[in-house]
Design a protein around this ligand. Sequence first.
Ligand code: ACO
Length: 324
Amino acid sequence: MPFAKITGSGGYLPPRVVTNNDLAAELATRGVETSDEWIIERTGIRQRYIADADTRTSALATRAAQMAMDDAGISAGDVDLIILATSTPDFIFPSTACIVQANLGIRQGAAFDVQAVCSGFVYALTTADAFIKAGHAKTALVIGAEVFSNILDWNDRKTCVLFGDGAGAIVLQASDAPGIVGAELHADGSQAGILNASGNVCGGKVVGDPFLRMDGQAVFKMAVNALSKSAQDVCAKSGVQLSDIDWMVPHQANIRIINFLGKKLGIAPEKVVVTVDQHANTSAASVPLALNTARRDGRIKSGDLVLMQGVGGGFTWGSVLARM
Ligand code: ACO
């Protein structure tokens, strides 16, 4: 079986919805000023889902993964690979993938985390595709899951209004028919300074800055340039035209980045899946959550050609083309 195909998807968002007005009121108690108008105009975000203080990434990931397994009609005994993308793991170790494996009662196969921030899901999906095509696995769970609210500085209005928590997952299985038809990944570590959470635990103490920091305008420029070139490159590599794409599922960071990208690539707005208004930026979870949303509401159908794109800290970016 030379191909790997998406056979199921799932998504999970924590129950607490925080609207822009809720957030503005909460931030005002800290003396931090923001507004629904500013957030919508600059980002397109209207609300986000925020996990309770004791909810870990693995809990969200387990729910999304179980939903994807049910959708694909597989059971725990079928899964022989779990790749989980996150920048907010439960622990330094074991990996969050191993915790999810145990939660789901999976007792065989490999499980590991991938850390590529908001590009994590496309990195994980590309890795799972390579495992399956090389014959190392037959049925993979590929998960993007984050509790980004844990690494936000709620006194920094330039970042704390942008993110939400959640998890998305897909099942990727060996198949006679395509499948993942193309992928390409990039990193430029020299740009680590424009978006990072540079703290760590050392000698039992938090050293460095535990919170996410971002140069928003530099990220904006880097994201649109990197993603437009990556979309063109993955199509050229896979022998398809941009006009062949039925659906674009970009990383959901900011509606202005998404609109700019669609325009630059000549992809009509009706073909672009947007969830940033409802979910905000859920980092590694954003692409699988958006994919799952559009599969479940009937927009993305079997046979459609889907372009998924991630971009984020590192700096990292990449694209995956999938025939559903
Ligand atoms: N509420 C009200 N005012 C704000 C807020 C806020 N939440 N945040 C910033 N401002 C103010 C600033 O203080 C500044 O005021 P000043 O002119 O008096 O100093 C003014 O708004 C403009 O600030 P900028 O940072 O220049 O605003 P900008 O237009 O660049 O918008 C944004 C900021 C939305 C972050 C933008 O740069 C952007 O979209 N960047 C892309 C980055 C992104 O989406 N990152 C997500 C994570 S990375 C990823 O997923 C790839």
